[in-house]
Design a protein around this ligand. Structure first.
Ligand code: SF4
Length: 263
């Protein structure tokens, strides 16, 4: 049936996907359009701010070492690989397709794409993929997330606390700019290969989680000001330690010192 997806989407009370599907079916692409792949170093490094997609789920001690001027150079970041670069490029392309089509639908504009925010009270900087001006709901923050076919089938919002805090931070920090109280955001999960399924998830703003996150960020900044690291959050030589990007500043600091490496 030609409009099967739209009807199913409407039956599930989805807000964005029926509009997107309808827009795509209109087949009114521009003659050409830009797909920008942002391959610059991660913008969250080195600006002294906490970032919604990276920092909320880390332990205070990890954040302490990541942000402390004496230890941040000791973090071990994931090295480049073909898989990593292809994942980034594919994600960027899918974002561009959806954002372009939503602009063409007339429900968002260039200035509502990649909308940045800064929270000076808790030193949080972030951006949301787009704000869609829905005909009945008004402005709605929308986050786009790509998943492989396998992950698409088994991912739920409960499995992804990072998505929940990311959307809650966008709701909290963009409400004033859009002169509304964002009580939820829409997350669109996009499959990265054929048949390119999409699923819409309504994510309520979680105020308790927001408070816990802001409290954690404030505690980390206070600990840095006092030069006192928060308590250990894993055991020496544990699996957690071996996977921690801050281990060379933390448990393995003495090893570094014994080897005479730079502090
Ligand atoms: S090495 Fe362990 S204790 Fe140290 S910051 Fe990492 S997780 Fe926490």
């Amino acid at each position: 049936m030609a409009f099967d997806n739209i009807l199913k989407s409407l039956a599930r009370s989805e807000l964005i996907l029926p509009i997107l599907e309808n827009q795509m079916r209109a087949d009114s692409w521009p003659e050409k359009y830009q797909v920008t792949v942002d391959s610059s170093p991660y913008y969250g490094r080195g600006d002294g701010c906490f970032h919604p997609s990276t920092h909320p789920l880390l332990h205070p001690r990890q954040l302490y070492y990541m942000f402390h001027p004496d230890t941040r150079h000791l973090m071990e970041h994931e090295p480049s690989s073909m898989q990593r670069e292809m994942t980034l490029a594919t994600g960027s392309a899918l974002h561009a397709v959806v954002q372009t089509q939503m602009i063409m639908s007339g429900l968002t504009t260039e200035k509502d794409i990649e909308v940045e925010f800064f929270n000076p009270d808790h030193h949080v900087r972030g951006r949301t993929d787009m704000i869609v001006h829905h005909p009945t709901e008004g402005p709605v923050p929308v986050e786009l997330k790509t998943r492989t076919a396998y992950k698409f089938d088994c991912t739920t919002i409960e499995d992804m606390p990072s998505w929940e805090i990311q959307t809650s931070l966008a709701c909290d920090n963009l409400s004033e700019r859009y002169d509304t109280d964002f009580t939820y955001a829409i997350l669109i999960m996009m499959e990265t290969g054929y048949p390119f399924r999409m699923r819409e998830i309504r994510v309520p703003r979680n105020d308790a989680l927001l408070k816990a996150t802001y409290d954690k960020f404030d505690y980390v900044r206070d600990s840095i000001a006092k030069n006192v690291p928060p308590p250990f959050c894993c055991a020496y030589k544990s699996k957690e330690m071996k996977n921690c990007l801050a281990r060379h500043a933390c448990w393995l600091k003495e090893d570094r010192e014994l080897k005479g490496l730079r502090q």
